[in-house]
Ligand binder design. Sequence first.
Ligand code: G3P
Ligand code: CA
Length: 311
Amino acid sequence: MKMNKWIIYLVIIILFGCMNQSKHHIDNHAKKDNSQKEKSPSLLSEENILIIAHRGASGYAPEHTIYSYAEGEKMHSDYIEIDLQMTKDGKLIALHDSDVSRTTNSEGEVKDLLYEEIRILDAGSWFNEENPDLAQSVFKNATIPTLEEIFEHFGTNSNYYIETKRPEEYPEMVNQLVETLNKYDLLGEDVPRGKVIIQSFSEDSLRELHELDPSIPLIQLISFNHHARLSQKQIDKIRSYAVGIGPNYQSLSEPFVHNIRDAGLLLHPYTVNKKEDMERLINWGVTGMFTNYPDRLKEVIEETTYLKKEE
Ligand code: G3P
Ligand code: CA
């Protein structure tokens, strides 16, 4: 009988031990999840100053090529910026201009060229000629990438800030963009918010996107002639479909930046390449910038954060 009692005690002790072990495991798991969340707050948090590699790190490598995007990633940019055009046969490609003449060894409007004709163009030699001090022999092999090639190369670890260029000329662009994002697992409930941002000067294009998928964060690009100004009515209208604005930085003033931020909109000016401009805009309260020099912006962010901590 005594022996039986001891066996029961032993079983109880072992059971308690197992339960504790399992609780500890659950606690640790929960802690790990929390710490992961803490380490990766939403990219769109208003506290973040986003480094957007404009056409890639295009100050160092030919714009809109795998080389400039890779350089931007190496410099710890938050986003690869992509300008979208569409070929005659309906392929989405990354190119700023609507024709190929400035950045390739050929000429012609993208909308009049087949992808087969665009695929073989040299999209890097112009950069070597214009920037002998930054020239690299591999740039001669640079091609105009398709959107799919970019996603295949950089995958779901990178973040993309995509502009629909001339969407009125390419009625299929928005649909095809959303399809491609879905195909590469860049949209959906499991994808962190802000993994992809879509920007456009075209309100219609943004509204079309908003209707297709209201969860995609949108940025209304604006080119102000002189001083940036938006009425409360205009701000409210933008707020109904977009999370922020992307204005030309030269037009900005401190009160305008405060006004936009007070309205709860993000503010990503383009294209800021000088450190003194970056510093001023950060002090005014912008939430990110497009730059051809992501390394400079990273340095300025680190310097200003350090100075703020010291105060
Ligand atoms: O997309 C922001 C900025 O890139 C707009 O200017 O002409 O360089 O596309 P652009
Ligand atoms: Ca752009």
